[in-house]
Design a protein around this ligand. Structure first.
Ligand SMILES: O=C(O)CCC(=O)C(=O)O
Ligand SMILES: [Fe+2]
Length: 282
């Protein structure tokens, strides 16, 4: 049962500049990705967003990290199994060590891990490198997930609303979930008298970034039909960012914007990480 020479892990180029949703190149790459995962369970992604410099930096940082004394590395604990420090674990081959950094795409998580490992001297270079690397690899993960969903024609319905406010009122069947800032999902449990009032991207921009426009999705189980009534508010004309919401702690993050312009922009660029930032961010 050795390695059969005629089999090769498929390689897929995910660096291409023309990997833009809905183009023929995007759609054919979605199919390539799905086929590779169905057949081999894996593929090699060629991905140029991690530059050769970043590649060298992250492996340099990894060496420096694992060269720290064991008692320092052991301070990385987590309530999730395998997320903390692993060394000399009975179920894991000897000489294996690992350190997990949960939510490593956020500055807070990268900083707190760095401070834990280098409490007295700090290590800005490590923190910046981890953050930059994690964000780029996370983009790759998001892109592959979207490709698999699209190739099967399954709508991945995670989104933020483009409204100013959304008010949802639904029957007794659960399903709506809201993503917290930490990336956890919390379910909405409707009652006849409860209305879910939710901020949209226009309110996020108007508030100069103070208000959180929560990503949300609907996850259905069971066969009972679910009905949801929604009011989505939109404003005619230009929305200005109130000067009361701009100060030293909150420098201007958004330009004044046309609300329907934001909606139109979303229809042409539905995959932007943040529609408000991409459309009217400073
Ligand atoms: O079905 C729901 O309750 C949510 C629908 C929704 O998020 C939307 O239409 O923007
Ligand atoms: Fe929504």
């Amino acid at each position: 049962m050795g390695v059969k020479p005629q089999h090769k892990i498929p390689t897929i180029n995910l660096s291409k500049r023309n990997l833009i949703s809905s183009t023929s190149s995007w759609l054919s790459t979605c199919d390539e990705v799905r086929q590779a995962l169905e057949e081999y369970g894996c593929f090699v992604a060629t991905y140029d967003k991690v530059s050769p410099q970043l590649h060298d930096s992250i492996f340099g940082e990894a060496k420096e990290l694992f060269d720290l004394p064991t008692d320092v590395k052991m301070k990385n604990i987590s309530d999730k199994p395998y997320f903390g420090y692993i060394g000399n674990h009975p179920l894991i081959p000897p000489l294996h060590e690992s350190l997990g950094i949960a939510n490593s795409t956020t500055l807070e998580a990268a900083q707190s891990f760095t401070n834990l490992m280098w409490p007295s001297s700090g290590n800005d270079h490590f923190c910046e490198t981890v953050l930059s690397y994690a964000r780029r690899v996370s983009e790759l993960e998001k892109m592959v997930k979207r490709m698999v969903f699209e190739s099967y024609g399954v709508a991945e319905n995670v989104h933020t609303d483009k409204s100013f406010l959304t008010i949802l009122h639904q029957n007794e069947v659960n399903g709506l979930e809201i993503e917290t800032k930490d990336g956890d999902w919390i379910g909405f449990e409707p009652l006849p008298s409860s209305f879910l009032v939710m901020a949209g991207d226009a309110l996020l921009a108007w508030s100069n970034g103070r208000i959180y426009s929560a990503p949300h999705r609907v996850v259905m189980s069971g066969t009972k039909p679910r009905y949801s009534l929604g009011l989505f508010s939109y404003h005619d004309g230009t929305i200005e960012i109130p000067h009361e919401l701009i100060d030293e702690q909150h420098p201007l993050q958004f330009k004044s914007f046309d609300h329907y312009g934001l909606l139109n922009y979303f229809s042409t660029a539905p995959n932007a990480d943040s529609t408000a930032k991409a459309y009217c961010g400073v």
